[in-house]
Write a protein that binds this ligand. Sequence first.
Ligand code: NAD
Length: 425
Amino acid sequence: MTTTTTHEGESLYAAARSQFLKAAEVMNLDPAVRQILEHPKNEICVNFPVRMDNGEIRVFRGYRIQHSNILGPYKGGIRYAPEVNLDEVKALAAWMTFKTALAGLPYGGAKGGITCKPSEMSLDEQMRLTRRFTHALGSNIGPDSDIPAPDIGTNSRHMVWMFDTFANSHGGSDRNRAKALVTGKSLACGGSEGREKATGQGVCYIIERWATNAGLKPSSLSVAVQGFGNVGYHAALIASEMGMKVVAVHDHTGCVANAAGLDVQALKKHQDATRTLNGFSGGETIAPESFWDQACDVLVPAAIENQLTSARARRIKAKVVVEGANGPTTREADVVLAERGITVIPDILANSGGVIVSFFEWLQNRNCEHWELETVDARLLDLITKAYDKTLDRAKRYKTDVRTGAYVVALERIAQAYAERGIFP
Ligand code: NAD
């Protein structure tokens, strides 16, 4: 079995488990709840054939890991990438359980994915892959049971194919309900205002809150962002709109820096036109590894897991790390950052804007409503700020780090539900 190991040799699921176990220890969590949450409830693995454009048939492997539904339907993204494997999806599913609980949403946690290389597949091939995967998952997903969303390698187009497939295979009165099967859809097909930028927006609300608490003006901050996809691009753009200087951006194609601040929109245009960040005239192209040495106040890792290793953690100049990606910081790096007095605002809080606005999309679909962008942003700010403040409160109360504080808030909610409901039968 393939396993995602951190640069420091640990499996991703082991890393995720260790974060939750630390909080369980700190708060003296009921051992029964601890035992239940140590394993996903369901591990669904499907192998299914897809016809490629050249007429060949290829069999793909897809996963849907349903970690917990004690607080509500399973909720979590679908990832298309060559590295997708059971261990990685299990870790991502567990993080969703804690993220939705921390945000106070009526959801559990899940994650899915297909091991594939979307960049080498045509849109038609991706459509057949997505429809066949949705069919293979069958009634394991549904608007009241398990609600997927986009993640790396997927976007609103894939979500629309998913719900259309579901609508066509679950006929009758269920057809109209099918929109609420997935979130992150296009506006024309039932998506929400503000969903596309929601994760980046949430990252920036968190940076603002952190700055205000630290007695700093958000507009005085410099930010370095790794990843220039959905999360990284919107985080960089919104940060610059808030008056922050985006001093470095790094993605899988390269890295550019400008101490005076990059023009984020111009950089996006350059990337769209050339398929690389390198060579952007509004900044200096630097070696990707130098990204970690750039002077900045805020570091936003918003690419993939395990990027902030202990070696890089020793070099970074930031005062705070705001985790836009899931699992970007290794366990060893967390220790180094704590020793250096650098605050880490953890993924389950920092990137929760996406799932919060997904919840708003789901509510709008179910109630046949349309909310204006101002309403979406205001409600997002309210929920993410409450989660942030509770997190800091628990970190202080238990004299622990911010990551553990966030897990404590999530676990309190989950433990309360188990205490009242008990274990069936
Ligand atoms: P995306 O596919 O849109 O973008 C990923 C970015 O990471 C790209 O810019 C890519 O170039 C970069 N990248 C990939 N490998 C890299 C490497 N080795 N070095 C540097 N950069 C690299 O994906 P996304 O939706 O922006 O997701 C990014 C992260 O945020 C993931 O961890 C995802 O799980 C998490 N996340 C996403 C959402 C969401 O709403 N999309 C919500 C919460 C969390």
